[in-house]
Write a protein of this length. Structure first.
Length: 175
């Protein structure tokens, strides 16, 4: 009897594993997930933002893809010589894309919550790395509002005003 129960449990576990894999593949097809190139912006040697292209699996829906792209940005550059643009403990809590073209990127993490002690240039590059990345990869996003822990933030580190949505500024991007 015990052996029959053990075999039955093993068969159910195997069948459940197959179903899960099938379900995941169906969700990827249903959500139209495919690997696409995205452009991320990091600070380069000239103290301006430089483009880095990366291939990422993204759903067709821009609202769903936005959080994936923002998380990819926070991973940092593939080039080990490029410093992280945000504190390493920064996380993307949520993202939203409104029909009026406003994208919201909600950031969190201990450093941003407790107060990021960084200079004005570093904060400027961090903020505009988000703005440039979002508006480049999502043409429907015309402006970006950065939140911290779900709340409107005055600033990330005391230098850049985040009380309004920001538009891309090509002057911060290397040619």
């Amino acid at each position: 009897m015990r052996r029959s129960i053990a075999i039955l449990i093993a068969l159910l576990a195997l069948g459940g594993g197959c179903r899960k894999r099938e379900l995941t593949q169906n969700l990827n097809v249903e959500n139209k997930v495919e690997v696409r190139p995205v452009t991320l912006f990091f600070e380069g040697p000239e103290m301006l933002l430089v483009r880095e292209t990366r291939s990422v699996a993204l759903p067709e829906n821009p609202g769903g893809a936005l959080s994936i792209v923002a998380r990819e940005l926070l991973k940092g550059s593939a080039n080990a010589g490029v410093p992280h643009i945000f504190p390493r403990d920064t996380v993307v809590r949520a993202t939203f894309l409104l029909p009026d073209g406003t994208a919201f990127v909600d950031l969190g993490g201990p450093t941003l919550t407790q107060g990021w002690a960084t200079g004005s240039h570093e904060e400027l590059m961090a903020v505009y790395s988000v703005v440039q990345t979002v508006t480049t990869d999502f043409p429907e996003a015309k402006r970006v509002r950065i939140l911290v822990n779900g709340e409107p933030a005055e600033t990330l580190a005391g230098h850049v005003n985040l009380q309004h949505a920001l538009t891309p500024l090509p002057v911060f991007v290397a040619k």
